[in-house]
Design a protein around this ligand. Structure first.
Ligand code: GTR
Length: 357
């Protein structure tokens, strides 16, 4: 169905000049980011610094040994606003831990098994609920009047950009917490939360490691290369118009005419660590086209001498953020943050030998 077979070239600037050295990349990165932000996400909310207010730190209700704190992440635009951030630290005193931030607190898969696993491996977890920034209930562009839409009334941004911006405000607060090692911040999210985590990582260089899980259309999945059963611009902008730039819907049934593709977000993460986790049975999330964005961003990682920081991993099965996906992430974090060689092999193309997407 999709006929165009090439991704926009990342290593040619808007003036037609070839990008051949790492020194040229920051300016090209700015062009790449602006283009995809404008077309897909409607830009980002303005940068304002958030501060943290401790609301509680009682460990008594925890089902395992750990330290728990809840913060109010507060900031101001046209009016003051805040959302909650839950922090789990390994047990004991002091310490200086790498942290995983997730905005998927509104979903229920951060159960004990996942939390315990990451605490045991020496990581902190910072969990917020992105729907506190913009509710994730159907609304059109003309109904955008709650949460962050009110705080920044001149907005053009969609909900995914606002949610991604929430990760950045959590970092403002985490940077002030002595037990957090803010040079080793990872972000993760699943599905719509994966689209969000990828955008967060692409737009904030304080994030050292980005993981998008089953993120699909407008996440890590390609628009120009779609495997069988993949979600299209038509479907996503019909079901979730408020997630995106107002103009994205104009590309319904014209996905292949989009002047951007999602390898641009991946490239904007470079040279920082990037892990895409995919499920082979999750056709709606376009696992085949996600391999294409991996390949598409590769030249930028290579230009920057960071090829070993870009990884993709496919598991069998369906659309979900499973304990085994966290295991894949933690192994990658151990490798990137602690130099522990992975026992698994990343970057294996499961579609090699098949007719390409
Ligand atoms: C679907 C949507 C996908 C993905 C998913 C989810 O309905 O079409 O793009 O975001 O929801 O977030 O679970």
């Amino acid at each position: 169905m999709i006929t165009s077979r090439c991704l926009p070239d990342l290593l040619v600037g808007e003036d037609g000049q070839a990008i051949t050295s790492p020194q040229q990349w920051p300016a090209r990165r700015a062009q790449v980011l602006k283009a995809i932000l404008d077309v897909v996400y409607g830009g980002m909310p303005p940068v304002v610094k958030a501060t943290g207010r401790l609301l509680g730190n009682n460990n008594a209700a925890l089902p395992f040994p750990a330290r728990y704190r809840q913060y109010q992440v507060q900031f101001e635009g046209a009016r003051p606003y805040w959302f909650r951030l839950d922090l789990l630290l390994p047990p004991g005193q002091g310490g200086h831990y790498p942290v995983i931030i997730s905005g998927d607190g509104c979903w229920r898969y951060y159960h004990d098994q996942v939390e315990l696993k990451l605490l045991n491996r020496g990581y902190a977890l910072a969990l917020f609920s992105r729907v506190e920034l913009i509710p994730d209930v159907y609304h059109t562009h003309d109904q955008r009047t709650s949460g962050l839409y009110d705080v920044f009334p001149d907005h053009t941004f969609g909900a995914i950009a606002a949610w991604a911006w929430g990760y950045h405000r959590c970092i403002d607060v985490l940077e002030t917490i002595p037990e957090i090692d803010s040079s080793r911040i990872a972000v993760t999210g699943h599905s719509r939360g994966g689209k969000t985590a990828l955008l967060a990582g692409a737009t904030d260089e304080r994030i050292a490691l980005t993981n998008a899980n089953n993120s699909g259309c407008c996440g890590a999945g390609s628009h120009h290369f779609q495997g069988p059963g993949a979600e299209t611009i038509d479907r996503i902008t019909t079901n979730f118009p408020f997630w995106f730039a107002r103009g994205l819907a104009e590309y319904a049934r014209r996905d292949h005419e989009l002047p951007v593709d999602q390898h641009m977000l991946k490239a904007a993460v470079a040279p920082r660590a990037l892990l895409t986790t995919e499920a082979l049975g999750d056709l709606w999330a376009n696992p085949q086209g996600t391999w294409r964005t991996h390949q598409g961003a590769r030249p930028v990682y290579e230009l920057l001498g960071a090829a070993a920081k870009q990884a993709i991993y496919y598991r069998p099965g369906r659309h979900a953020h499973l304990p085994e996906d966290f295991q894949t992430l933690l192994d990658f974090m151990d490798w990137q943050f602690k130099g522990i060689a992975p026992s698994r092999k990343y970057n294996v193309n499961p579609f090699a030998g098949e007719a390409s997407a």
